[in-house]
Design a protein around this ligand. Structure first.
Ligand SMILES: Cc1cc2nc3c(=O)[nH]c(=O)nc-3n(C[C@H](O)[C@H](O)[C@H](O)COP(=O)(O)OP(=O)(O)OC[C@H]3O[C@@H](n4cnc5c(N)ncnc54)[C@H](O)[C@@H]3O)c2cc1C
Length: 322
């Protein structure tokens, strides 16, 4: 069967959830070949095999941690060379993923599709990338017509599914290019753990906007997020007011999220906010203004004061969980 190269994001061998989702997508197209580079990479092999990787190409050179993304591009290019002519190369969307994929596409003279919300199998068995564009006003289906298709897939595009496979571990020989050592990482500090999932990867996101009314009031948003095991997002108005950290901003100039469930509370639904969340599978809004534009795109809308609605919802969820 044809092989599909999957770039794996991991931290010390702990595989990021979107990379496991990529293995689900890859299995539709062929046999997944996982590429995992960096410190602890070999430790990822077990879980990759359990999720369908037929082969796991491993490179643990120190360069991946010492320099920015180019060594990883070298590794992915080496993997594509080792496979021969893969059906596709799949990379998770995110700042680093998009850069790795774009650099690979330039090097290999291939077409690239970014931020796919799904990947389908075309009539010839090749990949057709589904994108949601113009603030999700249109859905497009695109095929790459030159080279090995490089497709960058958004988190939550597919479920994580166990699918035991050989997971045969192979050492990947990588020769680093001169460009690989041009930008050295001088410091790397771990993010303070909040106990909540990473915003861009979370299956559920609860966001607050100006309607929350103050930094201290974000506690009601956080309480609902914790009841649902969700990440917390915020509109730019809330972030600019200093009520929540900038790293949580969702939107055109913030983070792009695509969860299974997005709950917008006290957010009007400005186009710049929609641009970052409109591909969410199910959208719920709580807003006291029935004319708020957010209601134009929701699956479920609650007209009401979020300070009444959110605590009731949180209590009910916690009650049902117990
Ligand atoms: C170049 C550019 C880039 C931008 N990028 C982003 C971006 O990335 N992300 C982003 O979010 N915005 C972005 N914006 C800003 C955007 O245009 C809006 O100003 C912003 O999204 C508004 O945030 P909001 O919905 O929280 O506030 P508002 O528009 O003020 O809406 C607040 C809503 O809360 C409701 N409300 C008030 N009190 C309550 C209550 N007690 N209970 C329930 N509902 C209540 C109101 O009815 C209202 O609908 C950008 C703007 C520009 C120009």
């Amino acid at each position: 069967m044809a092989e599909v190269v999957v770039w794996v994001d991991h931290a010390g061998g702990v595989v990021a959830k979107p990379s496991l989702e990529l293995l689900t997508v890859a299995r539709r197209l062929g046999d997944p070949v996982a590429v995992v580079a960096g410190e602890g990479a070999a430790g990822a092999a077990g879980v990759l095999g359990e999720h369908g990787a037929v082969r796991v190409l491993v490179s643990e050179a120190p360069e991946y941690g010492e320099f920015l993304v180019v060594p990883k591009v070298d590794a992915l290019a080496a993997a594509v060379g080792a496979v021969g002519v893969p059906v596709a190369v799949l990379v998770s969307s995110g700042g680093e993923g998009r850069e790795i994929a774009a650099r690979l596409a330039v090097r290999t003279g291939s077409g690239i599709v970014t931020d796919a919300v799904d990947v389908e199998v075309g009539a010839d068995g090749g990949p057709v990338a589904v994108q949601s564009v113009f603030a999700a006003s249109f859905t497009t289906r695109s095929r790459v017509t030159r080279g090995v298709p490089v497709i960058v897939v958004k988190p939550n595009a597919a479920p994580v599914e166990a699918a035991p496979a050989a997971g045969a571990v192979e050492n990947l020989d990588v020769v680093f290019s001169p460009a690989a050592v041009c930008a050295r990482v001088v410091e790397c500090a771990g993010r303070e753990a909040s106990g909540r999932p990473e915003l861009t990867e979370a299956a559920v996101v609860v966001s607050g906007g100006r309607g929350v009314g103050g930094a201290e009031n974000f506690a009601v948003v956080e309480a609902l997020a914790d009841a649902l095991g969700a990440a917390v997002g915020a509109s730019r108005a809330a972030v600019d007011a200093g009520w929540y950290p900038h790293s949580h901003q969702v939107g055109q100039t913030g983070k792009s999220v695509s969860p299974q469930l997005y709950i917008a509370s006290g957010i009007s639904g400005a186009i710049q906010h929609r641009a970052g969340m409109q591909t969410s599978k199910t959208i719920v809004a709580i807003n006291k203004d029935p004319e708020a534009p957010i209601f134009d795109l929701v699956d479920y809308g609650v007209i009401g004061d979020l300070h009444t609605v959110l605590p009731q919802l949180t209590d009910d969820i916690n009650h049902r969980k117990n």
